[in-house]
Design a protein around this ligand. Structure first.
Ligand SMILES: Cc1cc2nc3c(=O)[nH]c(=O)nc-3n(C[C@H](O)[C@H](O)[C@H](O)COP(=O)(O)OP(=O)(O)OC[C@H]3O[C@@H](n4cnc5c(N)ncnc54)[C@H](O)[C@@H]3O)c2cc1C
Length: 470
C-alpha cells in the first residue's frame, strides 16, 4: 500500500495534518509509537485552552503576530508567527467543522475558547471526560472514514533521504524493522521533554530534579531523525511548564494541577539561603524555567502572606486553596517569619533580609532596585506583611519543550541554510522558532499543533497537485 504522506505521531498535530490531507484527497498513514487504544500523549492530557500568546484566536491577525514577536522578544521566526496570526481564527472554524465544541472557563475572564466538555478541573490528572480526549478520538475516527490509516504500536526510527528529498521512513513494529516509501513526511512526535540527555544538553537541567507534567512521551525522535539529515533546530533552551508543589515529585494527585504559579508571580520564591533567585513577575512559566536551572532545584520555596492565601481560593484553573493541601501538598503556616523559615528549612536571617528589602520596594517604592529585578507589568507584587505567613515547597513542572525543528510558515522543515528540505514537514511541539526567547515565552501548544498541522497538510496537498477545496 503506497501512502501520499506519512505522519509521525498521533497527537493533535499529527491527526490534524492527516485529516486535512485526507480532505484534499490524499492518502495519509499516521504512525503512533504507543499500541494502546487510548494512547497517552500531551494532546489527550491537555486542558484545552485555545489561545495565541494568551489572546483569543479570533483576535485581529496583526495583533496576534505582534503578540508572538513581542512575547518572545523577537526570537520567534517572523513568517511562522505571521502564519499563526493569519490562520488562527480559521483553525478554530476548521476544528468546529470536525465536531469540536468550545466553551469558556467559568472562573476565567479572558474569553479563551476551551475544548468542551471542560475537564473536571481538580487536583491530579482528569483527562478522561474532557474535550481534548473526545476530540482526539473523533479525529482518529474521521481519519479512517476519510480513507487514511492510523497504525498504533509502530515507532518511526529513521528518515529515508536520497538525492535531496525524502523517500520514506524506517519504522519498527513488534521489534521488526520495515521501510515505508513516501514523498512527504510530517514529524509530529511532540517534543523532547522525555529525553533526559537532550533536556540536560539543551535546557541545562537534570530531569530527575523536575516533575514530569506531561504524558511521558516526546523523546525527541523527530528532532534526532531530522537533524541527522541536515535539518536546523532552534530555540532549544526553554520549556513550557508550571510551578508545582514539591510533593508532586512523590504524589500523583499534585500534577498537572494545582499550579502555584500565581502565588509565585505575586510574591517571592527563595532558595535555601532565603534569597530570591528569579524575576517572579515574569510569571510561572519563566519561574519554572529558572527553578529548573538552579544547582539544587528542590530547595525552591514560595513565601507569601494571608492575603495571597485568601486570593488563592479563586485564582487559576484549579485554585490551590484548598486543593493543594487537600491533595496532600505541604503548606506551612506560621505567625512569624522566623518560625516560618525554620519550619520551611529556609535560612531565617537570609529570609528576613530578603523580605525587608522586598516589602520596602513593593509597598513604599523605596530602597535599591531589587536583585534579581522584580518586574510588575504583568503581575503586581504584593507586600508580605499580613500574618499568618505561608511557605510552599515548590518544584518546576515540565510540560513540553519550547524549541525544536526550524519550520517556515508553510510547515516545511528548514535545513541549516534556511532552505526547505524537500518532502519534510513538522507540526506541533516538534516545532521550534515560535516560543522561548529570554523570558521563556509560551505561545500555546494547541494552536501550534492545530494551526501548523493544517498549514503543513495544505502545503503537501499543493505539492501533490491536490489543493484543498476550502
Ligand atoms: C497537562 C497538560 C495541559 C495542557 N494544556 C494546554 C492548554 O490548555 N492549551 C494549550 O495550548 N496547550 C496545552 N498543553 C500543551 C498541548 O497539549 C501540547 O503542546 C500539544 O497537545 C502537543 O501536541 P502534539 O501533537 O505536538 O504532541 P502529542 O500530543 O504529545 O503527540 C505526539 C505523539 O507522537 C507519538 N510519538 C513520539 N515519538 C514517536 C515515534 N518515533 N514514532 C511514532 N510516534 C511517536 C507519541 O506517542 C504521541 O502520541 C497541555 C499539555 C499538558 C500535558
Amino acid at each position: 500500500m503506497a501512502f501520499d504522506l506519512i505522519i509521525i505521531g498521533a497527537g493533535f498535530a499529527g491527526l490534524t495534518a492527516a485529516n486535512r490531507a485526507a480532505e484534499s484527497g490524499l492518502k495519509p498513514l499516521v504512525l503512533e509509537a504507543s499500541s494502546e487504544e487510548l494512547y497517552r500523549c500531551n494532546s489527550r492530557f491537555s486542558t484545552g485552552s485555545l489561545h495565541v500568546a494568551f489572546q483569543p484566536p479570533s483576535t485581529e491577525s496583526a495583533t496576534l503576530t505582534k503578540a508572538i514577536i513581542d512575547n518572545t522578544d523577537g526570537a520567534a521566526r517572523k513568517d511562522l508567527a505571521e502564519a499563526i496570526g493569519t490562520n488562527a481564527a480559521r483553525t478554530i472554524d476548521w476544528l468546529k467543522e470536525q465536531g469540536a465544541a468550545f466553551e469558556e472557563h467559568p472562573r476565567r475572564t479572558d474569553h479563551m475558547p476551551m475544548l468542551s466538555p471542560l475537564r473536571e478541573m481538580r487536583a491530579g490528572l482528569d483527562w478522561e471526560g474532557g474535550g481534548a480526549n473526545a476530540l482526539l478520538q473523533k479525529l482518529g475516527q474521521q481519519l479512517i472514514k476519510r480513507g487514511g490509516e492510523l497504525r498504533r504500536g509502530t515507532r518511526a526510527q529513521n528518515l529515508l533521504y536520497q538525492d535531496g528529498k525524502i523517500t520514506g521512513v524506517e519504522v519498527v513494529t513488534d521489534q521488526v524493522s520495515q521501510t515505508l516509501s513516501t514523498r512527504s513526511v510530517v514529524i509530529a512526535d511532540g517534543g523532547f521533554q522525555a529525553n533526559a540527555e537532550y533536556v540536560q544538553q539543551h535546557i541545562g537541567c537534570d530531569i530527575s530534579q523536575l516533575q514530569r507534567r506531561n504524558a511521558g512521551t516526546g523523546a525527541g525522535d523527530g528532532m534526532r531523525m531530522a537533524t541527522e539529515i541536515g535539518a536546523a533546530a532552534v530555540g532549544l533552551d526553554s520549556f513550557y511548564g508550571h510551578v508545582l508543589s514539591r510533593d508532586a515529585m512523590t504524589n500523583d494527585n499534585l500534577w498537572p494541577y494545582p499550579q502555584v504559579d500565581l502565588i509565585c508571580a505575586t510574591n517571592i520564591v527563595v532558595d535555601g539561603n532565603g534569597q530570591r533567585f528569579a524575576d517572579e513577575g515574569l510569571g510561572g512559566i519563566s519561574v519554572a524555567n529558572t527553578i529548573a536551572r538552579l544547582d539544587n532545584p528542590l530547595t525552591a520555596t514560595a513565601i507569601f502572606d494571608s492575603r495571597s492565601w485568601e486570593d488563592a481560593k479563586t485564582t487559576d484553573n484549579v485554585p490551590p486553596n484548598p486543593s493543594l493541601p487537600d491533595a496532600g501538598g505541604t503548606v506551612i503556616e506560621a505567625d512569624t517569619l522566623r518560625e516560618l523559615a525554620v519550619a520551611a528549612n529556609v535560612n531565617s536571617a537570609g529570609l528576613s533580609v530578603t523580605i525587608a528589602l522586598y516589602n520596602e520596594h513593593v509597598a513604599y517604592s523605596a530602597g535599591e532596585p531589587l536583585s534579581p529585578v522584580r518586574s510588575q507589568s504583568t503581575y503586581a507584587a504584593q507586600p508580605i506583611m499580613d500574618p499568618p505567613f505561608y511557605a510552599i515547597p515548590i518544584c518546576a513542572g515540565i510540560t513540553v519543550t519550547s524549541g525544536g525543528l526550524s519550520v517556515n510558515g508553510k510547515g516545511q522543515v528548514m535545513d541549516t541554510n534556511d532552505q526547505p528540505i524537500t518532502g519534510l514537514y513538522a507540526a506541533g511541539s516538534t516545532v521550534g522558532g515560535l516560543e522561548g526567547g529570554p523570558r521563556a515565552a509560551y505561545v500555546g501548544g494547541l494552536i501550534k499543533s492545530f494551526c501548523i498541522g493544517l498549514l503543513a497538510a495544505e502545503t503537501i496537498a499543493s505539492v501533490h497537485g491536490s489543493p484543498p477545496a476550502n
